[in-house]
Design a protein around this ligand. Structure first.
Ligand code: NI
Length: 226
């Protein structure tokens, strides 16, 4: 029963994920920016996915396991539409305050929740609050994942204003940057059509973190950008 369910869930997303990859741009040759959305899936994530689809862009979502369990169909849709899904722990735990064993279980439970929802296992993780140290990196290495931080944070959860978030996001843009935003902030979701249209004017390709990395393979426990 479990095996049958897993294979039914797995087949469609992996097929379209491959299609998404085929369309990937070469970020060594064109200007790329990776937009990343943390802490969801939330009640606003569906609207964000609509905007991303109509603009034909792929992004990276760092999802919280507890939220994945509440909204598995949204995570399934992320994968089906070619977005990248990363692990943001089960409980949005500050890992520098957690025991090694807790770090590993925060990550593995989220890996399993994403797999159950969408048939894939994340290949990247982002530590909540960007809180890492040598011990956290070692525990994350045990869980088999690299750590992805950001080159610019919109601080959208603090701004809570569509115009201010738009201005801040655009000020952070630079080739192969990784921008931190949140799909739990409705003003961010509202700002996206304007941000995407401006990025298009500036000749930027909006891509996943893995597209920015290109051939570069991150090791388990490695932190990017370092
Ligand atoms: Ni977060």
């Amino acid at each position: 029963m479990a095996a049958t369910l897993a294979s039914t869930v797995a087949a469609p997303p992996s097929a379209s994920a491959a299609a998404g990859k085929a369309a990937a741009v070469n970020c060594k040759k064109v200007k790329c920016i990776a937009l990343t959305f943390d802490d969801g899936p939330s009640p606003y994530t569906g609207a964000l996915l609509d905007t991303l689809r109509s603009n034909k862009v792929k992004v990276t979502f760092f999802v919280v396991g507890r939220q994945v369990e509440k909204r598995p169909s949204v995570v399934r849709r992320m994968v089906r539409e070619g977005h990248e899904v990363g692990n943001h722990t089960w409980d949005h735990t500050r890992l520098t305050d957690a025991l090694d064993g807790e770090i590993v279980s925060e990550l593995s439970s989220t890996q399993e929740a994403v797999h159950e929802a969408a048939g894939i296992r994340p290949k990247l993780m982002r530590p909540p609050f960007g809180a890492t140290d040598q011990r956290v990196r070692a525990a994350v290495q045990t869980a088999g994942l690299p750590l992805v931080l950001w080159t610019g944070s919109t601080r959208d959860w603090e701004l809570r204003n569509t115009k201010a978030i738009t201005r801040k996001a655009l000020s952070l843009v630079r080739p192969n940057g990784v921008i931190l935003m949140h799909d739990i902030v409705p003003e961010t979701v509202k700002a996206m059509p304007g941000i995407l249209s401006e990025l298009r004017k500036r000749d930027y390709h909006v891509v996943t973190v893995s597209s920015v990395l290109g051939d570069r393979k991150l090791e388990a426990g490695e932190q990017y950008p370092s």
